[in-house]
Design a binder for this molecule. Structure first.
Ligand code: NIG
Ligand code: FE
Length: 389
């Protein structure tokens, strides 16, 4: 296997506490050796061993590839008009999901696959090297299974979200729809999914329905995630803690009891600032979560309704400005935090044995991700040892 020496790294973020240089494990004037798709050596450039090939990044900052642990990328259609209406004062509700469900059901496989690949590529160009992809815009056995089959072609982090909302044909019969989700739909989808998710909120599913969905998923061998407390205070966070979910996502509305329950629960709090941006909602206080000792992840929630951004750099900038995270905390949340939310120890950090997923920033420091918002700072992306453009 070919080895590569990546050198000329002015500042390297490893997220490896073993370096004892703060939570990001920062190293100055560093080098990396990649062996095939893995990191084989990390340390000061002056001590770097030789390798077959050499990549000089010219003094730039290198960070682990972003880990986007929450995205809805299998869909058809466009909801720009709904966004415009919101910016003119209309509130966001879960009801808009039905528009995308109709367009997605009507689309052929090739159209859905092309849209999915386009978004994964768009993410990659912005430094995302691991992405989770949910179903949830099919809401029939066949359409949910199709979404997961397509998602599994681009990532191993696939999530069954049949319990996104009750589809129109089940209107007024949400318990019947939940019975379908935890019965035939789960049986058809579980072979293509690693995770199960449920939207537990106003206009979606209540605590009992969400519990039934997550317990059925767990019994089918899937890990648990939840859309919680996006549209108002509710039972989602407590349910995530009760059932030991890997992550509770959104958390726009958090009570003192929610923060207390999250602290020490092992549930990763995934903040999605693109949603608050795109729905004109209040930003949750990320600082408060961190100060309480909660593990925080940042993700895009890329979807055509509530957050049509594929950019984790944009989310990092928003989290710093609007959620009171420091630039270092925000970068950690978008890399190591995302990895924890997906229960992965092979991504989100650069240490011997992790995947060779790294991003070269056209900047001397990762602070520029928030300091220079909106500027395309991702100069090069290496995924599994292979460099993109
Ligand atoms: O994560 N909250 C539920 N689901 C998506 C939004 C989906 C949509 O509006 O199409 C979310 O925000
Ligand atoms: Fe979502």
């Amino acid at each position: 296997m070919t080895t590569q020496l990546v050198t000329g790294i002015g500042l390297l973020v490893t997220n490896d506490a073993a370096w004892e240089t703060g939570p990001l494990g920062e190293l100055r004037d560093a080098a990396l050796v990649l062996d095939g798709d893995r990191v084989a050596w990390v340390g000061p450039a002056a001590q770097a061993p030789d390798a077959d090939e050499r990549v000089d990044v010219g003094g730039r900052c290198v960070i682990p590839g972003f880990v986007d642990s929450h995205a809805h990328l299998v869909f058809a259609g466009d909801r720009a008009e709904e966004f415009s209406a919101r910016m003119a004062g209309r509130p966001y509700t879960a009801g808009g999901i039905a528009t995308t469900v109709a367009a997605t059901r009507a689309a052929d496989d090739a159209t859905l696959a092309a849209g999915l690949r386009r978004l994964v590529e768009e993410m990659r160009r912005q430094g995302t090297t691991t992405v989770e992809v949910k179903s949830g815009y099919g809401l029939t056995v066949v359409d949910e299974q199709r979404a997961l089959r397509l998602a599994a072609e681009v990532t191993s982090e696939t999530t069954f979200l049949g319990a996104h909302v009750t589809p129109p044909e089940y209107e007024g019969r949400s318990d019947d729809y939940v019975a379908l989700v935890i019965g035939d739909m789960l049986r058809a989808c579980a072979p293509f999914a690693r995770w199960i998710d449920v939207f537990c909120d106003r206009g979606a599913f209540d605590a009992d329905q969400a519990r039934a969905v997550l317990q059925a998923g767990a019994a089918a061998g899937l890990g648990l995630r939840i859309h919680a407390n996006q549209l108002g205070h509710g039972p989602g966070v407590q349910l995530a803690c009760e059932l030991g979910a890997a992550a509770a996502d959104h958390l726009t509305y958090l009570s003192d009891a929610d923060v207390e329950a999250l602290a020490g629960s092992g549930v990763v709090a995934t903040l999605l600032p693109g949603v608050e941006f795109s729905t004109r909602s209040p930003y949750p206080d990320g600082r408060r979560l961190l100060d309480a000792g909660v593990t925080v992840a940042l993700a895009t929630d890329c979807n055509p309704g509530s957050s049509f951004t594929s950019s984790l750099p944009f989310c990092v900038a928003l989290a710093v400005r609007e959620m009171r995270l420091t630039p270092a905390e925000a970068l950690h949340a978008a890399t190591a935090g995302g990895a924890l939310a997906l229960r992965r120890d092979d991504v989100g950090a650069l240490r011997v044995g992790t995947r060779a997923d790294l991003v070269v920033l056209d900047a001397p420091s990762y602070v520029h991700l928030a300091y220079r918002p909106g500027v395309p700072l991702v100069a090069r992306v290496c995924r599994g040892g292979v460099w993109g453009s």
